[in-house]
Design a protein around this ligand. Structure first.
Ligand code: IMP
Length: 197
């Protein structure tokens, strides 16, 4: 089975591929499928945005599409940046590094470092059939960035039970513990139940 990934994020593409390929599922980035636009994330929740992206790309390509909407929810910031994680601070024009440095500035002197990554995945088939799955990964925000793996906020996030950041722990450990790894694991069960893999 082949899914078009409704994203241009290389980090997400790598993780989807690593986790879904062993299940016999091929993931094709949307640009390779001729999609030259990004779907606007106008929803208020991760679930709404994941559906918006997957349904738009499935309708446009007439192929099964898969999307995730994900983000970092920080307790001391009342759950921000949440669904706005990609647009935090200066928005889409800022680099990942500018965004996590801005987060560290906002948390300067803050003793409550609890946070969680959240991921909502949605698959939409031509004809409109929808499958959903979600996953969370609790952890803490470090006081300084560490490591050069992963993407996004990985250098400043340590998953529960670890002192190192996701960017230091490497892909294998991240995929096992992460919000996306957990959501994809739940999706696998959903695909099997539906007879799609
Ligand atoms: P969106 O799902 O395209 O709205 O983007 C979510 C944003 O959340 C990304 O651009 C990253 O900044 C952040 N994010 C989501 N998942 C991860 C992750 O696994 N590691 C680090 N940052 C992430």
């Amino acid at each position: 089975m082949t899914f078009i990934l409704a994203s241009n994020n290389q980090g997400k593409f790598r993780e989807f591929k690593e986790i879904l390929e062993p299940l016999g599922i091929t993931v094709v980035p949307q640009a390779i499928a001729g999609v030259d636009f990004e779907v606007n994330e106008t929803g208020d929740t991760f679930e709404e945005n994941a559906y918006l992206k997957a349904s738009t790309i499935s309708q446009y390509t007439n192929f099964p599409a898969i999307a995730d909407d994900s983000g970092l929810c920080v307790d001391a910031l009342g759950g921000a940046p949440g669904v706005r994680s990609a647009r935090f601070g200066g928005g889409k024009d800022w680099t990942d590094r500018q965004k996590y440095e801005y987060l560290l500035e906002k948390l300067a002197g803050e003793s409550d470092r609890h946070a969680k990554f959240v991921c909502s995945i949605c698959c939409v088939m031509p004809g409109g059939r929808v499958l959903r799955a979600s996953g969370e990964c609790p952890g803490t925000i470090l006081t300084a960035p560490a490591g050069d793996g992963g993407f996004g906020y990985d250098p400043v996030f340590a998953p529960e039970g670890y002192a190192q950041s996701f960017a230091e722990l490497g892909d294998d450990i991240k995929n096992r513990l992460s919000h996306r790894g957990r959501a994809l694991e739940a999706l696998r069960a959903e695909l099997e139940r539906s007879g799609l893999c």
